[in-house]
Design a protein around this ligand. Structure first.
Ligand SMILES: [Ca+2]
Ligand SMILES: [Ca+2]
Ligand SMILES: [Ca+2]
Length: 270
């Protein structure tokens, strides 16, 4: 029996039997420099989807966007009624990745301002899910990718250093894209080549299978080992988090809920 069944061995954090991973940020999330035709899914997000076919991976990348503009865009787009594309992509997320900041250099030269904006984006998203009564997903902020542009390089390094120093639950740092080899950057010295995107995708997959998986397992204990995380037992399914088989019919709560699709509180079903 799988606990709120694992998908690709990753925790279904909100226990809805889907693994949804929206990734929001700038042109590197969008996939600029990866070739292909306009509007086609590209970059490391498309590669992550290929690596995790049973997950639902969403590209919420906007070319040229900065951290402050991303915050404004999220606020605007997530308030839309009827729901627009952004809401549909961020809806019921298990893990959200935020990857933005390289373009901030063109708006200001204060690395601390970028870090403050990253924190604000995290706080805003957590509030957004909580206010809708949704499970607040695991949110991760990526370190910035390197650049060959001499004028922009000190800014990017300073943001990464500051993020490393200030990482906390308010600034939950995630995949480390800063180690990308600069020989994998394209002609503009900023956007990765196709091989660079391969590396970013592998970095993200490793991060999801390593630290994110461990964090999720810590935050989703299953004390009675029945395949349903404690958090969802009484709250969602009405079952007991200390009873392996709440209705004592010989089938565990997890088996009934996720496999037999029977009532875990009715001993005559199945
Ligand atoms: Ca899910
Ligand atoms: Ca349980
Ligand atoms: Ca049972």
């Amino acid at each position: 029996v799988r606990a709120c069944p694992l998908i690709h061995d990753l925790v279904d954090y909100n226990c809805d039997e889907r693994l949804r991973i929206p990734i929001t940020g700038d042109s590197i999330v969008y996939g600029v420099g990866d070739g292909g035709t306009e509007g086609e899914e590209r970059g490391y997000v498309a590669r992550l989807q290929a690596a995790l076919p049973e997950a639902e991976v969403y590209n919420v990348g906007v070319r040229g966007i900065t951290s402050s503009r991303l915050l404004r865009a999220l606020k605007r787009n997530l308030a839309k009624d009827p729901p627009g594309e952004t809401i549909l992509k961020l809806d019921a997320a298990d893990i959200v990745v935020i990857a933005v900041g390289v373009n901030d250099f063109f708006e200001h030269a204060e690395p601390s301002r970028t870090v403050r904006n990253l924190r604000r984006i995290v706080a805003f998203l957590r509030r957004y899910y909580a206010e809708r009564g949704e499970i607040v997903p695991v949110i991760k902020v990526s370190y910035l990718t390197p650049t060959l542009r001499g004028y922009q390089r000190p800014f990017i390094s300073a943001v990464n250093d500051l993020c490393r120093k200030l990482r906390s639950s308010a600034l939950p740092m995630g995949p480390d894209y800063s180690t990308l080899d600069t020989s994998l950057l394209g002609e503009d010295g900023l956007h990765p080549t196709a091989s660079g995107y391969d590396v970013l995708a592998r970095t993200l997959v490793r991060h999801l299978r390593g630290p994110v998986r461990r964090q999720c397992l810590r935050e989703r204990p299953d004390v009675d080992g029945d395949g349903v995380y404690d958090k969802f037992e009484s709250e969602r399914f009405g079952t007991s988090s200390s009873l392996f088989d709440s209705d004592n019919d010989g089938h565990s709560d997890g088996e009934e809920i996720f496999i037999l699709r029977s009532d875990p509180l009715d001993a005559s079903d199945p």
